[in-house]
Design a protein around this ligand. Structure first.
Ligand SMILES: [Zn+2]
Length: 149
């Protein structure tokens, strides 16, 4: 657990910075030649990778056979997308967060709900698997799982 609630953690190497040190890190253009539109990302001084880009995450698409319409009466879609990400910042009791989304037939997210926050990658990975299996048990069928976004 991070002792400084305002600390920032690199998603690539796990290095932690106080907020004062974080805002002093070198910056790199988000998109070369489009700085005015997209700005800069801070770059980790330990691993030289940018913050906010390719953060650690696990995503799982779940396609339900027999959806419980009581769960989402307004959104009876069969596609649930579960996402667990490293936030980089401490937020609501953790630096990892799992959310789930209902995806409509056009691929748009039409409903979302936060599930849980965690302090470690191990707890986040376990929490992700638990919510997926809970959805699976209650509503059936997980189709695929990706290791990264
Ligand atoms: Zn790093």
């Amino acid at each position: 657990m991070m002792s400084d609630p305002f600390a920032v953690e690199c998603s690539h190497c796990g290095s932690q910075y106080s907020f004062d040190d974080y805002i002093k890190l070198k910056k790199r253009a988000v998109k070369q030649g489009q700085v005015e539109k997209y700005g800069y990302n801070p770059v980790c001084s330990k691993c030289n990778k940018p913050f906010h880009k390719n953060k650690w995450c696990i995503t799982t698409d779940i396609f339900l056979n027999n959806i419980d319409k009581r769960l989402h009466p307004k959104y009876p879609q069969k596609h649930i997308w579960v996402s667990t990400v490293h936030l980089e910042f401490y937020h609501h009791g953790g630096i990892y967060e799992t959310m789930f989304f209902v995806i409509d037939q056009k691929g748009d997210r039409v409903y979302s709900e936060m599930y849980k926050h965690y302090n470690t990658k191990e707890d986040a990975t376990l929490g992700h698997k638990l919510i997926c299996s809970k959805i699976e048990k209650e509503k059936k069928l997980i189709i695929m799982m990706k290791d990264a976004c």
